[in-house]
Design a protein around this ligand. Structure first.
Ligand SMILES: Nc1ncnc2c1ncn2[C@@H]1O[C@H](COP(=O)(O)OP(=O)(O)OP(=O)(O)O)[C@@H](O)[C@H]1O
Ligand SMILES: O=C(O)c1ccc[n+]([C@@H]2O[C@H](COP(=O)([O-])O)[C@@H](O)[C@H]2O)c1
Length: 206
Protein backbone atom coordinates (compact mmCIF):
# COMPACT_ATOMS: atom_id res chain seq x y z
CA UNK A 1 0.00 0.00 0.00
CA UNK A 2 1.44 3.34 -1.07
CA UNK A 3 0.56 6.43 0.98
CA UNK A 4 0.12 9.36 -1.35
CA UNK A 5 -0.59 13.03 -0.69
CA UNK A 6 -2.41 14.78 -3.54
CA UNK A 7 -1.61 18.43 -4.09
CA UNK A 8 -3.85 19.69 -6.86
CA UNK A 9 -2.92 23.01 -8.34
CA UNK A 10 -2.61 25.35 -11.26
CA UNK A 11 1.18 25.46 -10.82
CA UNK A 12 1.23 28.67 -12.82
CA UNK A 13 4.18 28.32 -12.15
CA UNK A 14 5.26 25.74 -9.54
CA UNK A 15 7.31 27.42 -6.80
CA UNK A 16 9.36 26.74 -3.71
CA UNK A 17 6.26 27.11 -1.49
CA UNK A 18 4.77 24.03 -3.17
CA UNK A 19 7.98 22.15 -2.60
CA UNK A 20 8.30 23.25 1.03
CA UNK A 21 4.74 22.29 2.02
CA UNK A 22 5.06 18.96 0.19
CA UNK A 23 8.28 18.05 1.97
CA UNK A 24 6.75 18.95 5.34
CA UNK A 25 3.55 17.02 4.58
CA UNK A 26 5.62 13.99 3.56
CA UNK A 27 7.15 13.93 7.02
CA UNK A 28 4.13 14.93 9.09
CA UNK A 29 1.76 12.46 7.40
CA UNK A 30 4.28 9.68 6.84
CA UNK A 31 3.75 9.73 3.07
CA UNK A 32 5.62 7.74 0.46
CA UNK A 33 5.01 10.36 -2.21
CA UNK A 34 3.26 13.62 -2.95
CA UNK A 35 1.67 13.88 -6.37
CA UNK A 36 1.33 17.32 -7.86
CA UNK A 37 -1.79 17.07 -9.97
CA UNK A 38 -1.31 19.81 -12.50
CA UNK A 39 -4.82 20.99 -13.25
CA UNK A 40 -5.99 21.26 -16.87
CA UNK A 41 -7.85 24.33 -15.55
CA UNK A 42 -9.18 25.32 -12.14
CA UNK A 43 -12.98 25.48 -12.57
CA UNK A 44 -13.11 28.64 -10.42
CA UNK A 45 -10.29 30.51 -12.15
CA UNK A 46 -10.40 32.52 -15.37
CA UNK A 47 -8.34 30.68 -18.02
CA UNK A 48 -6.94 34.06 -19.09
CA UNK A 49 -3.44 34.44 -17.70
CA UNK A 50 -2.99 30.72 -17.15
CA UNK A 51 0.11 29.46 -18.98
CA UNK A 52 -0.12 26.43 -21.30
CA UNK A 53 -0.38 23.09 -19.55
CA UNK A 54 3.00 21.93 -20.88
CA UNK A 55 4.82 24.91 -19.38
CA UNK A 56 3.10 24.50 -15.99
CA UNK A 57 3.93 20.80 -16.02
CA UNK A 58 7.57 21.52 -16.90
CA UNK A 59 7.87 24.07 -14.10
CA UNK A 60 6.45 21.47 -11.70
CA UNK A 61 8.96 18.91 -12.88
CA UNK A 62 11.86 21.31 -12.35
CA UNK A 63 10.65 22.29 -8.88
CA UNK A 64 10.06 18.67 -7.81
CA UNK A 65 13.55 17.48 -8.73
CA UNK A 66 15.34 15.09 -6.33
CA UNK A 67 12.34 14.78 -4.01
CA UNK A 68 9.60 12.15 -3.60
CA UNK A 69 7.27 14.50 -5.46
CA UNK A 70 5.69 13.44 -8.75
CA UNK A 71 4.14 15.96 -11.06
CA UNK A 72 1.31 14.20 -12.86
CA UNK A 73 -1.05 14.89 -15.73
CA UNK A 74 -3.57 12.40 -14.37
CA UNK A 75 -6.52 14.84 -14.61
CA UNK A 76 -5.85 15.14 -18.33
CA UNK A 77 -5.89 11.38 -18.66
CA UNK A 78 -9.04 11.03 -16.55
CA UNK A 79 -10.61 13.99 -18.37
CA UNK A 80 -11.61 15.52 -15.05
CA UNK A 81 -11.49 19.11 -13.86
CA UNK A 82 -13.56 18.92 -10.72
CA UNK A 83 -11.75 17.40 -7.77
CA UNK A 84 -14.77 15.34 -6.74
CA UNK A 85 -14.68 13.62 -10.16
CA UNK A 86 -10.93 13.03 -9.99
CA UNK A 87 -11.27 11.47 -6.55
CA UNK A 88 -14.04 9.19 -7.79
CA UNK A 89 -11.92 7.85 -10.63
CA UNK A 90 -8.44 7.81 -9.10
CA UNK A 91 -8.87 4.83 -6.72
CA UNK A 92 -10.04 2.71 -9.67
CA UNK A 93 -6.76 3.46 -11.42
CA UNK A 94 -4.69 2.91 -8.26
CA UNK A 95 -6.54 0.41 -6.06
CA UNK A 96 -3.50 -0.25 -3.89
CA UNK A 97 -2.81 3.39 -3.08
CA UNK A 98 -4.25 5.41 -0.21
CA UNK A 99 -4.78 9.10 -0.87
CA UNK A 100 -5.00 12.20 1.30
CA UNK A 101 -5.93 15.61 -0.12
CA UNK A 102 -3.50 18.44 0.64
CA UNK A 103 -4.35 22.10 0.27
CA UNK A 104 -3.29 25.50 1.50
CA UNK A 105 -5.48 27.54 3.83
CA UNK A 106 -6.45 29.83 0.91
CA UNK A 107 -8.26 26.92 -0.71
CA UNK A 108 -10.05 25.96 2.51
CA UNK A 109 -11.36 29.54 2.70
CA UNK A 110 -13.32 28.97 -0.53
CA UNK A 111 -13.75 25.21 -0.36
CA UNK A 112 -17.54 25.57 0.01
CA UNK A 113 -17.62 26.80 -3.62
CA UNK A 114 -16.14 23.56 -4.96
CA UNK A 115 -18.45 21.08 -6.64
CA UNK A 116 -19.50 18.41 -4.12
CA UNK A 117 -17.17 19.58 -1.38
CA UNK A 118 -18.85 17.55 1.34
CA UNK A 119 -18.56 14.49 -0.90
CA UNK A 120 -14.83 15.20 -1.29
CA UNK A 121 -14.54 15.17 2.49
CA UNK A 122 -16.18 11.74 2.50
CA UNK A 123 -13.84 10.45 -0.22
CA UNK A 124 -10.47 11.25 1.36
CA UNK A 125 -9.01 12.76 4.51
CA UNK A 126 -8.03 16.41 4.10
CA UNK A 127 -4.86 18.06 5.36
CA UNK A 128 -4.84 21.85 5.32
CA UNK A 129 -1.54 23.67 5.46
CA UNK A 130 -1.33 27.12 7.07
CA UNK A 131 -0.53 29.92 4.64
CA UNK A 132 0.43 33.47 5.54
CA UNK A 133 -2.51 35.86 5.17
CA UNK A 134 -5.22 33.21 4.79
CA UNK A 135 -5.53 31.41 8.10
CA UNK A 136 -8.15 33.75 9.57
CA UNK A 137 -10.40 33.45 6.49
CA UNK A 138 -9.94 29.70 6.45
CA UNK A 139 -11.02 29.34 10.08
CA UNK A 140 -14.05 31.57 9.57
CA UNK A 141 -15.08 29.88 6.30
CA UNK A 142 -18.40 28.08 5.73
CA UNK A 143 -16.51 24.88 4.92
CA UNK A 144 -14.66 25.03 8.22
CA UNK A 145 -18.00 25.57 9.97
CA UNK A 146 -18.97 22.08 8.81
CA UNK A 147 -15.54 20.40 8.81
CA UNK A 148 -14.57 21.55 12.31
CA UNK A 149 -16.40 18.67 13.97
CA UNK A 150 -14.26 16.19 12.01
CA UNK A 151 -10.95 17.70 13.10
CA UNK A 152 -8.17 15.33 14.16
CA UNK A 153 -5.16 16.33 16.23
CA UNK A 154 -2.00 17.06 14.24
CA UNK A 155 -0.11 14.89 16.73
CA UNK A 156 -1.97 11.89 15.24
CA UNK A 157 -1.47 12.91 11.63
CA UNK A 158 0.45 9.77 10.68
CA UNK A 159 -2.65 7.66 11.48
CA UNK A 160 -4.69 9.16 8.63
CA UNK A 161 -5.20 5.84 6.84
CA UNK A 162 -7.16 4.60 9.88
CA UNK A 163 -9.45 7.60 10.21
CA UNK A 164 -13.15 7.35 9.51
CA UNK A 165 -14.29 10.02 7.07
CA UNK A 166 -14.76 12.96 6.97
CA UNK A 167 -11.46 13.80 8.63
CA UNK A 168 -9.56 17.07 8.70
CA UNK A 169 -6.11 17.80 10.04
CA UNK A 170 -4.56 21.24 10.22
CA UNK A 171 -0.83 21.34 9.68
CA UNK A 172 1.34 24.28 10.54
CA UNK A 173 4.90 24.40 9.32
CA UNK A 174 7.08 27.47 9.07
CA UNK A 175 4.65 29.49 6.91
CA UNK A 176 5.95 30.11 3.41
CA UNK A 177 4.86 33.39 1.79
CA UNK A 178 5.65 32.38 -1.81
CA UNK A 179 2.77 32.76 -4.26
CA UNK A 180 2.46 32.17 -7.99
CA UNK A 181 0.55 35.45 -8.37
CA UNK A 182 3.56 37.37 -7.09
CA UNK A 183 5.99 35.37 -9.22
CA UNK A 184 3.91 36.08 -12.34
CA UNK A 185 3.84 39.78 -11.53
CA UNK A 186 7.65 39.81 -11.30
CA UNK A 187 8.19 37.61 -14.38
CA UNK A 188 5.11 37.54 -16.65
CA UNK A 189 6.97 35.70 -19.41
CA UNK A 190 8.15 32.83 -17.20
CA UNK A 191 6.44 30.18 -19.34
CA UNK A 192 8.48 31.06 -22.43
CA UNK A 193 11.45 29.33 -20.82
CA UNK A 194 9.46 26.10 -21.13
CA UNK A 195 7.81 26.73 -24.47
CA UNK A 196 9.63 23.94 -26.30
CA UNK A 197 8.82 21.25 -23.74
CA UNK A 198 6.20 18.65 -24.58
CA UNK A 199 5.76 18.03 -20.88
CA UNK A 200 2.60 15.94 -20.72
CA UNK A 201 4.00 13.48 -23.23
CA UNK A 202 7.32 13.12 -21.44
CA UNK A 203 5.88 12.51 -17.99
CA UNK A 204 4.22 9.13 -17.71
CA UNK A 205 1.84 8.49 -14.86
CA UNK A 206 3.26 7.15 -11.63
N1 LIG B 1 3.10 29.26 0.15
C1 LIG B 1 2.12 28.34 0.30
N2 LIG B 1 1.75 27.92 1.54
C2 LIG B 1 0.74 26.99 1.69
N3 LIG B 1 0.06 26.45 0.65
C3 LIG B 1 0.39 26.84 -0.60
C4 LIG B 1 1.44 27.79 -0.83
N4 LIG B 1 1.54 27.98 -2.18
C5 LIG B 1 0.61 27.20 -2.74
N5 LIG B 1 -0.08 26.51 -1.81
C6 LIG B 1 -1.15 25.53 -2.05
O1 LIG B 1 -0.74 24.70 -3.14
C7 LIG B 1 -1.85 24.35 -3.96
C8 LIG B 1 -1.62 24.77 -5.40
O2 LIG B 1 -1.42 26.18 -5.39
P1 LIG B 1 -1.35 27.08 -6.69
O3 LIG B 1 -0.73 26.32 -7.81
O4 LIG B 1 -2.64 27.73 -6.94
O5 LIG B 1 -0.27 28.19 -6.22
P2 LIG B 1 -0.60 29.63 -5.71
O6 LIG B 1 0.69 30.24 -5.28
O7 LIG B 1 -1.71 29.61 -4.72
O8 LIG B 1 -1.10 30.30 -7.07
P3 LIG B 1 -1.91 31.64 -7.39
O9 LIG B 1 -1.21 32.75 -6.67
O10 LIG B 1 -1.85 31.72 -8.87
O11 LIG B 1 -3.32 31.41 -6.87
C9 LIG B 1 -3.07 25.04 -3.32
O12 LIG B 1 -3.69 24.11 -2.43
C10 LIG B 1 -2.45 26.17 -2.50
O13 LIG B 1 -3.26 26.52 -1.39
O1 LIG C 1 -13.64 20.82 -7.97
C1 LIG C 1 -13.79 22.05 -7.84
O2 LIG C 1 -14.92 22.58 -7.86
C2 LIG C 1 -12.56 22.91 -7.64
C3 LIG C 1 -12.64 24.29 -7.53
C4 LIG C 1 -11.47 25.01 -7.35
C5 LIG C 1 -10.25 24.37 -7.30
N1 LIG C 1 -10.21 23.03 -7.42
C6 LIG C 1 -8.91 22.33 -7.37
O3 LIG C 1 -8.11 22.87 -6.36
C7 LIG C 1 -6.74 22.67 -6.68
C8 LIG C 1 -6.02 23.96 -6.42
O4 LIG C 1 -6.26 24.86 -7.47
P1 LIG C 1 -5.43 26.19 -7.59
O5 LIG C 1 -5.81 26.78 -8.91
O6 LIG C 1 -5.82 27.04 -6.40
O7 LIG C 1 -4.00 25.81 -7.56
C9 LIG C 1 -6.72 22.17 -8.12
O8 LIG C 1 -6.53 20.77 -8.09
C10 LIG C 1 -8.10 22.51 -8.63
O9 LIG C 1 -8.56 21.62 -9.63
C11 LIG C 1 -11.32 22.29 -7.58
Amino acid sequence: MKRVGLLGGSFNPAHKGHRAISLHALRALGLDEVWWMVSPGNPLKDAKGVAPFAARMASARAMARHAPIRPTAVEKRLKTRYTVDTLTKLPRLYPRHRFIWLMGADNLAQFDRWKGWRTIARQVPIAVIARPGYDRDAHASPAMGWLRRYKRPASQAKNWTKWSLPALVLLRFRPDPTSATRLRAADPGWHRRYSSVRAAATHPLP
